[in-house]
Design a protein around this ligand. Structure first.
Ligand code: ADP
Ligand code: MG
Length: 288
């Protein structure tokens, strides 16, 4: 039978906006040693703004943004959503065909009869497009139309104030290893990691590379300790599934992530982890 303390722990957590899918996760949480975070939507707001449009000579700024917005029309990714919002004009869906979102890369789609690519340097490399190297902080979305490079958009995100609170809280609880894994570029990732004083950061990872990194981290913890992964969920379901405790953001998170997670933070504030750990440590004391 399950000791009563577990139920009160889950109950207390749920009153605090934290859903925990089983009593075992409270136990694992009380033993957490390594915290792994996704960046976008988890430590950063995930509400991107287009801050720069850099068009090549043979296309206008407006046309470049138009191709980008058509390409991203069906995307739920925060990057795609921000591009459609920046365009802010009606989009004729009949002109969008063969939509294909390539996770960790971007979009390949037919717009007005032309093959449009919108994504990072990995996507450009994959499709053999020569692109401009950009060394600015921000997520770069390159655009190519019928194999011709047309320029890029820079999209910026902000660190959540609550992320600072979360990391500081974890330090107070004596968590020594806090890691960020992200699909985003090195410049952006390192900037966030420095700002939040994280122990380490790995960037430009595809979803299965995130899984590999988590497996490597498992080897560095003590036998009794556990690993907690927290993500907004877009492309994170595989890592959520292998972590001892997989935590998803309930607001921004995708249905697949909420499904794959062991815990859900309803209001997307990572500092809820601190409350959860405190509840779990208290509950463990009551139970044992
Ligand atoms: P993370 O959430 O860690 O940033 P993702 O796997 O969601 O990782 O995305 C990784 C990278 O793939 C993004 O930073 C971006 O460069 C590119 N990307 C993903 N989806 C899109 C999209 N819809 N449009 C353009 N680029 C995208
Ligand atoms: Mg993500």
């Amino acid at each position: 039978s399950v000791p009563l303390g577990f139920f009160s722990g889950i109950g207390t957590a749920s009153k605090n906006g934290i859903l925990i899918k089983g009593s075992n996760y409270l136990e694992y949480l009380s033993k957490a040693e390594i915290f792994v975070f996704d960046k976008t939507g988890t430590l950063t707001k995930g509400v991107f703004k287009v801050t720069k449009i850099n068009n090549q000579k043979d296309i206008s700024e407006e046309e470049l943004l138009e191709y980008a917005a058509y390409a991203e029309y069906y995307s739920n990714h925060p990057i795609g959503v921000s591009i459609v919002k920046a365009y802010n004009k009606d989009i004729n869906k009949n002109e969008i065909k063969d939509y294909n979102e390539i996770s960790g890369h971007g979009i390949s789609v037919n717009v007005k009869g032309k093959k449009v690519l919108a994504g990072n340097s990995k996507l450009m490399n994959k499709e053999n497009i020569k692109y401009e190297e950009v060394k600015e902080i921000g997520t770069i979305v390159h655009i190519a139309v019928d194999s011709k490079y047309y320029g890029y958009l820079i999209i910026s995100d902000e660190i959540k104030d609550d992320a600072k609170k979360a990391i500081e809280g974890l330090r107070k609880l004596k968590i020594k290893n806090i890691v960020m894994l992200t699909g985003d570029s090195k410049v952006v990732a390192e900037n966030v990691a420095k700002e939040l004083n994280l122990n380490s950061v790995e960037a430009e990872l595809l979803p299965d590379q995130k899984v590999e990194k988590v497996k490597e981290l498992y080897k560095t913890k003590s036998p009794k300790g556990t690993l907690v992964f927290t993500g907004d969920g877009i492309n994170d379901a595989p890592v959520l599934a292998i972590a001892d405790v997989g935590v998803a953001m309930g607001g921004l998170g995708s249905d697949a992530a909420i499904e794959a997670a062991d815990m859900v933070i309803m209001n997307d504030e990572p500092s809820k982890l601190i409350d959860s750990i405190k509840i779990s440590r208290r509950t463990e004391k009551i139970v044992w």
